[in-house]
Every structure is written in C-alpha cells, then in structure tokens.
Design a binder for this molecule. Structure first.
Ligand SMILES: *[C@@H]1O[C@H](CO)[C@@H](O)[C@H](O)[C@H]1NC(C)=O
Length: 454
C-alpha cells in the first residue's frame, strides 16, 4: 500500500516537473477574463474591481429584459454568433476535461462563467421561433471609446431579432449546440432542473434554425462587416445535430447529422475551426461520440493536415489565418486534443497541442496572455482595461495613450503574431492585439485538457 502511494507520488512529481508553465494559473486567469467581459447587473462576488453594472437597460422589441451576457471583444456589442460558438467551446472543454478544471481548483468559477452565458441565452430566446442575435450596433459602438459603465450612445441599444421571416439558422443552431453541451455540463454537476430548461431551449432553437433556413447575415446585413457568415449555415446544422444527439440520445438527430453529412459535403477537409466554420469541429465530435469510420477518417485527415502540413511560423506556431492567429492555433489544438482523447493518434496530437499552447505562454521568450508569464501584452485593444481608475474620465485619449493599459485584463489571449512571428504590443492593432470571448474559449479548454493529462 505504502509503495503504491510512493510510486503514485513519484509519478505525480515527474509529470509536474514536465509542466513547463503553470497551466492551472492560466485557467484561473482566463476565467477572470470572462468575468471582465460580463455585462448587465454584476453579482456581489464580482472579482474585477474596475468593472461595474453596464447596459442594464438592454431590452427587446417587446420590452424583454436583455441585460446580461458577455461583451464580444474589446468593444461592448453582444454579437450572438461568436458568443454562442464561444459558449459551445467552453462547455465542450468543461464536459470532457472537467478533471483538469478540478485539479486547477477552478471548476466552480468555470460553472459560473458558463451559467453567465446560458442565463443570457434563455433571455434572448423569449419564444420558440424568436431569437435575439445581437444587442448593440457595431458602428455606433466602435465610434465610442470608454467605460461600458459610462456609455453615452443609444439607450436602449438596438436589438436584432430573428423570426421565421428573418431567419438566422447559424445563430439558432449554434445557440442550440451551446445549450445542449451546457445541459450536459450542468446535469453532471447535479443541476437537473436547470439542465432540462437548457435542453428544452436547445430543442426549440434547433427546430427553429432547421425549419426556417436562412443565413443570418442576409437577414441582418449590418452584421456583414463584423461577423459575416462566410461558411453559411450548413456546418452549424451538421454540428448542432451532433450536439443534440449527444445531449438527448434521440435517433432523429443522428439521422439528421448523417443526412447533413451527405447533403452538405461535410466529409471534405476543412481549413480551420472557428466561430464561423464548424465542419471540422463536427467531424471531431462525431469521431468521438459516433465513432463511424467516415467521421474518424475525416477528423484524422483534418488533424494530420494541421499537425504535418499546415503552414508554420519559423518558431513553429501553426498559422491558419492572420486575424487572431493564436486563437486559430488554440482552436485546432483543442480539436486535436479531443481526437487524442478518443484514442486517435494521441501522442502526436497531444505533443502538437502542448507545443502550440506553450508558444502562447512563453516559449518564444514572451507571453501572449495578459497578466501571465514573462513580458506579457500590456496594451490589449480593449476599452474598459484601457481606462484609468474612476473617477478620471476615459475616452479616445486613452486609446491613443502610449503607456500600458491601467487595468490588467488578466487571462486574455491576444490576437497574435504574423506568419514570421512578428508581433508588437500596439493597442490600435485589432488584428494582432484584440482579445475576445471567442479567442479564450478553446484555449481554456485546451489548458484544462493539458492539466487533466499532467
Ligand atoms: C434585468 O435582469 C437583471 C438580472 O436578473 C436584473 O438585475 C435587472 O433588474 C432586470 N432589469 C429590469 C429592467 O427588469
């Protein structure tokens, strides 16, 4: 008995010695980042001292209370599509790498972060075929630099509502996927009633998106310059059917994803995992939960391409796309960790993911996570953290100020370098130095899986 204990202890120490960075601490900070992105009436246990209540008057066309949820990025708009994708990724990581969160002592904070998103999803879905896909106007918001608590623009802000006449299949289906994934997280957490509520919303939203098909960026053209749906809604139909099957076990959803697989050509090799493109994520999820050869071989082809063939920077960052290069790298790292967890090419995929995450944490000599490690970013493109302490005013002069952001936006992963590893800490560069709830989601999930494996 004693020798077993000692052996386990030694193995534990060996694996800790292999931990190059304090991954658990990065999870902790990443959850603080989500907390800094909260909007609405903040709870008394808010841990971000420079944030307060904001946009408490957000409301729907029929007066529904739409306060709450998360700011998208450095701005204050609640963009429903990347929000839903971020919540699906967060929930996926919590579902399949819970032990990593627990080891890091962060499970209850992760639950709070997810619940902050799912509570808002319930509010934006006031009836079966009605979903608010955005609150706030991108142009108006981007003309404002300052504290969200001191917003001076339209009040209440405009809210975009999808209906059968104005369909938004991508957003409805991605929101269904997030709610389905989250329902499993809360069910495993012993919250059966809440899980059932989330799943009922998911069932309705999947039906809404599937029955009234249309691209949300056609229904709401103002979104095109922000989060246009380039890949269409086919990938979200496919992906959400997979999540609905996982959450319900209802064979109709399996029939649906198999049909979508053929109808929409989902077996081809995608080029990324992103808020827009869910094809690879769907292949990977189905390789795990369905296990049919077609899904396994497509998912493996994607990860083999990522690991062996996709472009790399000289210092080995996989380079999928310039805008938010690190988010693209952490998205594929997360996806391939999921496949590894299913026993597919586990060692090379895990080594790859670790190398990518280590790049973000400091392997090139600097950290790309605000508040963490050596020489971290100090000037993220992010309004509220660029403001001095109250009651000093905050405006565009703080956007242009040369110094570091006065507030530390702990845990935020910045956009990242170009294909030659060049990166500058410029607040005005939203391609390389913005932060987003979408950037941190799969990143945090990858960290949780790494901690689980240590
Ligand atoms: C909207 O909901 C939030 C959270 O429940 C609450 O604190 C706030 O008072 C509500 N606002 C209105 C106008 O009812």
């Amino acid at each position: 008995m004693r020798s077993i204990t000692i052996t386990l202890l030694v193995l534990g120490l060996v694996s800790l010695a292999l931990a190059q960075y304090d991954y658990a601490d990065v999870i902790r900070r990443s959850l603080l980042f989500y907390e800094a992105q909260r909007t609405g009436v903040l709870p008394a246990n808010n841990r971000v001292p420079w944030r307060g209540n904001s946009f408490v008057t957000d409301r729907g066309v029929n007066g529904e209370n739409l306060s709450g949820g998360y700011f998208d990025a450095g701005d204050h708009v609640k963009f429903g599509f990347p929000f839903a994708s971020a919540m699906t990724m967060l929930a996926w990581g919590m579902l399949d790498s819970r032990a990593g969160y627990e080891r890091a002592g962060q499970w209850s904070f992760a639950i709070d972060a997810l619940r902050w998103g799912t509570d808002y999803m319930i509010r934006i879905h006031p009836s079966a075929n009605e979903l608010y896909v955005q609150v706030g106007n991108g142009r108006e918001d981007h003309a404002f630099w300052g504290r969200p608590e001191q917003w001076t623009g339209s009040n209440p802000r405009p809210a975009l509502r999808a209906t059968p006449a104005l369909p938004a299949t991508e957003v409805a289906c991605e929101t269904a996927a997030a709610l389905a994934a989250a329902s499993m997280v809360f069910r495993n957490n012993g919250e059966t009633a809440y899980a059932n509520t989330l799943l009922n919303h998911a069932i309705q939203l999947y039906n809404f998106g599937n029955t009234f098909r249309g691209r949300y960026s056609d229904s709401f053209p103002e979104i095109q310059e922000f989060y246009n749906s380039w890949s269409g809604f086919e990938d979200e139909l496919f992906y959400s059917a997979a999540w609905m099957y996982r959450a319900t076990g209802n064979a109709q959803y399996r029939t649906d994803y198999n049909n979508f697989w053929h109808q929409f050509g989902m077996s081809t090799r995608p080029l990324e995992i992103s808020w827009d493109d869910k094809q690879a994520a769907g292949q990977i999820l189905l390789a795990k939960i369905d296990g049919s050869h077609q899904f396994v071989s497509a998912a493996q082809a994607f990860c083999d391409w990522v690991v062996l063939q996709a472009p790399r920077t000289p210092r080995n960052l996989v380079f999928i796309s310039p805008w938010g290069s690190l988010r693209h790298a952490s998205n594929v790292a997360f996806g391939c960790l999921q496949l590894a967890q299913a026993g597919i090419n586990a060692i090379p995929y895990r080594n790859f993911a670790r190398q990518q995450i280590d790049y973000m944490l400091g392997s090139t000599g600097r950290s790309f996570v605000v508040g963490f490690g050596v020489n971290p970013p100090q000037r993220p493109h992010h309004t509220s953290s660029s403001c001095p302490n109250m009651p000093a005013p905050c405006d565009w002069s703080h956007f242009h100020a040369p110094g570091p952001n006065p507030q530390t936006l702990h845990g935020a992963l910045v956009g990242g370098p170009d294909i030659n590893d060049n990166w500058a800490d410029n607040r005005d560069d939203y391609v390389t130095n913005e932060v987003a709830i979408d950037y941190n989601a799969a990143f945090q999930g990858a960290l949780a899986e790494i901690v689980r494996l240590l």
